[in-house]
Write a protein that binds this ligand. Structure first.
Ligand SMILES: O=C(O)c1cc(C(=O)O)c2c(n1)C(=O)C(=O)c1cc(C(=O)O)[nH]c1-2
Length: 592
């Protein structure tokens, strides 16, 4: 694999004997055939032990049923399956459907229409997406674009409570999928491109009342940094760094939004969540490390108290949000058993962190990276490439990865059978020019002109199997467009993912060989899942419907002649509109 100027690391762990890499059982309990949260389990493996569909017979998959969501915007949600019911959440206006899997054709059991404020569509940065719901204890929890968290009775679809958390008038939206931990619904806001201050909130699953709020910027008190906070690196130690690492008051409009993924380790009783990019993008307008943006927190789920923090990208120069998925694994590292957290990060590195302390054990590029030159494992600090330093009035060309990262929110999957992490990702580079910008509430606060282009080799995406122990790729598949869908891997050694042309693909978990593909009606940016149906057989489900940031040119019908459309992403996706059109359909497959 070509890694721009970055040599592949020495293979350290090949010589080490050691137990296989696997998620902790408490965070990834044995298979029950259901899919109750988008990441499958608290360890976020997106791995299913179901093995009826395998490498040999996957070629016999056929459509079991389809369902139109009635919304033609980017479909990013993971369908959920609880008992004999499937639940799906659509993009704005965030309809929720329950489908009866026990009946032929899976007819609708109920539909819930939350009627979110229309104006929310105008302040969402990257299409009007929703990444899914979470099921717990008879209830379905989901977020609406206009900033509400809603609990529904999963049997009837009747609302139980509705908490208004976000204010669209300042550009605040919610697109993430909530996670339910110990009777608390964890939710984060979006708005990093509008000067919205990021937070994560915990709501009581019973009645929706607010239990705690942890901000991503500001005084320690607001960030829930207290006596329990023990960051591993000196650069994260000190009082009120969420204020002092910013120009005066800039932290109040500094972003750090948590619009991605949360994992939970029941043994350590810690949740792990990232923080988004600092705002505005133009770094000259916010000298300093801009704590606690573009990093990761470990917190006590009951109180929100921060335990440790690590900053992937201090003083971010390129919109490298730090909100990707974190996979919790136990493995032998340099001869010692370690509880780790694996993060394929937007800045281009796969990090292996000790999840008890936040120590970085390894940080290896998984594709072309020239915006930085590695990570100093002594200080934990990203080594920025001065040639790619952006600023006001400066045009910097050929920065890799782009603002959308080597990988954006699209979640990877881990198989304990292969020890490989299956990573859907991008291969794009960009030109950037910092410009002045003033903060006006509820309007874009970016300060950067961006133009994206295909990365080295010309393929704009890749699907890479990463050998975690060996710190190198096992295999990689080139895709024409960014791979903006999630992945799922099974004990049948089959990995599923989708392409923006609309192909739903099954490849061998061991070799990456294409085993089966089906062309859906629109580009795929959703999260595939697999489950055991009421008939005892294994099914695979995916939402098709192009959109998100990468697909905004198609779902938003943008003009391909405008190189700046979709914050410069459209320039790299001019031909997407000739490859697919907007859609919104659920596809479910089973063996013939
Ligand atoms: O900083 C933020 O608040 C924020 C929010 C979102 C979002 O809510 O979808 C995205 C981003 N940033 C972002 O940087 C990004 O690349 C992105 C891609 C997508 C998508 O759905 O395709 N959303 C977002």
């Amino acid at each position: 694999m070509l890694l721009l100027g970055v040599p592949l690391p020495a293979v350290a762990s090949e010589t080490l004997p050691g137990p296989a890499i696997s998620p902790p059982t408490a965070a990834a309990p044995p298979e029950d055939g259901q899919w109750t949260m988008p990441a499958k389990n608290y360890a976020s493996t997106r791995y299913s032990e179901l093995a009826e569909i395998n490498e040999d017979n996957v070629k016999n998959l056929e459509v079991a049923f389809t369902f139109s969501t009635g919304v033609n915007k980017g479909q990013e949600a993971a369908p959920l399956v609880v008992g004999s019911t499937m639940y799906i959440v659509t993009p704005f206006p965030n309809f929720v459907y329950a489908l009866d899997l026990a009946k032929p054709g899976a007819p609708m059991k109920w539909k819930y229409e939350p009627t979110p404020d229309l104006a929310a569509q105008g302040v969402a940065c990257c299409d009007v997406v929703n990444r899914g719901a979470a099921f717990s204890d008879g209830r379905l929890f989901f977020n609406t674009l206009d900033g509400h968290t809603i609990a529904l009775d999963a049997n009837t679809g009747k609302p139980i409570w509705n908490a208004h958390l976000g204010n669209i008038n300042i550009g605040e939206t919610i697109t993430m999928a909530p996670l339910v931990v110990k009777g608390k619904v964890l939710v984060g806001n979006s708005g990093g491109e509008m000067g919205v201050r990021g937070w994560v909130k915990a709501l009581d699953a019973g009645d929706g009342h607010l239990i705690w709020t942890a901000f991503a910027t500001g005084p320690d008190e607001d960030v829930l940094i207290g006596s329990d906070f023990k960051p591993y690196y000196d650069g994260d130690k000190g009082k009120d760094l969420g204020v002092t690492t910013w120009p005066p008051d800039a932290w109040k409009i500094g972003g750090g939004n948590m619009w991605g993924w949360i994992s939970y380790d029941p043994d350590l009783d810690l949740i792990f969540h990232g923080t988004g990019n600092p705002g505005p993008w133009n770094p000259d307008l916010r000298p300093g490390d801009n704590k606690w943006t573009a990093g990761i927190f470990a917190r006590d789920p009951d109180t929100g108290a921060a335990k440790w923090f690590y900053q992937w990208t201090p003083h971010d120069l390129h919109d490298y949000d730090g909100i990707n998925e974190q996979i919790l694994l136990d493995m032998n590292w340099r001869g010692k058993p370690r509880k780790v957290l694996v993060r394929p990060e937007r800045n281009g590195y796969i990090y292996i962190l000790d999840r008890t302390t936040g120590e970085v054990l390894s940080a290896t590029p998984y594709g072309p990276v020239n915006s930085s030159r590695g990570v100093d494992l002594k200080t934990g600090r990203l080594i920025v490439n001065p040639d790619k330093q952006t600023g006001t009035g400066k045009v910097v060309r050929n920065i890799c990865p782009t603002a959308s990262g080597l990988k954006d929110w699209q979640p990877s999957a881990f198989s304990p059978k292969t020890g490989l992490l299956y990573i859907p990702h991008n291969n794009l580079c960009m030109d950037e020019e910092g410009v002045e910008v003033n903060y006006i509430a509820g309007t874009p606060y970016v300060g950067m002109n961006v133009r994206m282009v295909p990365g080295p080799g010309g393929n704009r995406g890749a699907f890479t199997a990463w050998d975690i122990a060996a710190e190198r790729p096992a295999w990689s598949i080139k895709e024409n467009f960014p791979v903006w869908s999630g992945a799922v891997v099974t004990a049948g050694n089959v990995v599923f993912y989708g392409t923006m042309e609309g192909w739903f693909k099954a490849v061998s978990a061991k070799t990456g060989a294409l085993l089966w593909q089906f062309k859906t009606s629109s580009g795929i940016i959703g999260q595939p899942i697999t489950y055991r149906g009421p008939d005892g057989h294994q099914y695979v489900a995916i939402l098709s419907g192009v959109g998100g940031w990468a697909g905004a040119i198609a779902s938003g019908d943008l003009d391909p002649r405008d190189a700046t459309a979709a914050l410069g992403f459209a320039n790299a996706m001019k031909d997407l509109k000739t490859a697919t059109t907007a859609g919104g359909t659920l596809y479910v497959f089973r063996l013939r």
